[in-house]
Write a protein that binds this ligand. Sequence first.
Ligand SMILES: Nc1nc2c(ncn2[C@@H]2O[C@H](COP(=O)(O)OP(=O)(O)OP(=O)(O)O)[C@@H](O)[C@H]2O)c(=O)[nH]1
Ligand SMILES: [Mg+2]
Length: 360
Amino acid sequence: MKFVDEARLKVQAGQGGRGSVSFRREKFVPFGGPDGGDGGHGGSVYLRAIPGINTLADFRVARTYKAAAGTPGGGRDCTGAAGGNLTIPVPVGTVIRDIDTGEQLGDLTAVGAELLVAQGGKGGWGNARFKSSTNRAPRQFGPGLPGEKRHLELELKVIADVGLLGLPNAGKSTLIRAVSAARPKVADYPFTTLYPNLGVVAVGEHRSFVMADIPGLIEGAAEGAGLGIRFLKHLQRTRLLLHLVDIAPPDPEADPVKDARAIVAELRKFSRELAARPRWLVINKRDLLPPEDAERRAQEIVRRLRYRGPRFLISGATGEGTRELAEAVMRFLEVNSSRGRARRDGSYDAPPCSDERSAC
Ligand SMILES: Nc1nc2c(ncn2[C@@H]2O[C@H](COP(=O)(O)OP(=O)(O)OP(=O)(O)O)[C@@H](O)[C@H]2O)c(=O)[nH]1
Ligand SMILES: [Mg+2]
């Protein structure tokens, strides 16, 4: 199914039922008085986050979702039936905004979380409610209030603990395949990945985290180059970014250091907050060079970037170093979840290395 992460829809709650005008008519009871019941309340519209949906593709065709109206009240003080509520399933991680007011109505980040987006109209009063000492045979009734109407914008931001960042072909999808059961396509051409993929990385018993692989970034992405930077929003909920750098790009002109800086610059243009999030350097494809050369080249990259945070030298293809990486990520998440989120300056508690601040 096509991946869609933005959608618009209209919701309309049900109208309240009309109140009834009725009088008690019974043998031996003259002037029985008003007995018109109230109308039923209109149904409301809710959005609910459910597991198993990963995209907003169901909302590609804009339509109006309507809840049922309440039925009118009846004689003998019978209240009308309430209209049924309508619950629309959405993926976990959906942010809901009212297009007309611009207000954010909610953010459904947990499975089962629900948001009322349109309140059903109240049922109108039956004539029995208008009875008074001076008006003993009222003919008034409430018409039932209209249900709320709203024009909504949904935005999906996937929920993952760790996000992969890097140029196309850096090996992001290969890495997520190596450490999780996710099976995104891998190929030696840029922009193989066109939408985010999530994988659960199991590190040990009851120890796992979710990794997000997003389409590659290139210089100028903020201005629309490549697939642009819009997929970076899927990294906004992560607590840690892994910046993948190809140790030996096939293009002889390519400079991994310059490219790494360009990626960080694009990240900054998208969001300074995201750029300040903890970001580790993961130098990939070590199998392409003899071990000593790989180590030497990795050190050179780190030195030229003036990077002083945790760094890893791995090969997604052979799996070398990926277990250590997964273990370090898990430890980072465990330490930081007990102390709340990582600090905004990018520092965190109990790092595997002494200083996390990245200078790249
Ligand atoms: N030798 C070697 N090749 C690798 C390694 N990791 C990835 N590759 C190759 O690099 C190419 C790109 O890998 P992908 O995993 O598709 O790269 P990506 O970063 O997901 O690329 P996009 O989806 O285009 O952004 C593929 O041909 C992979 O086989 C590695 O560790 N060693
Ligand atoms: Mg990919």
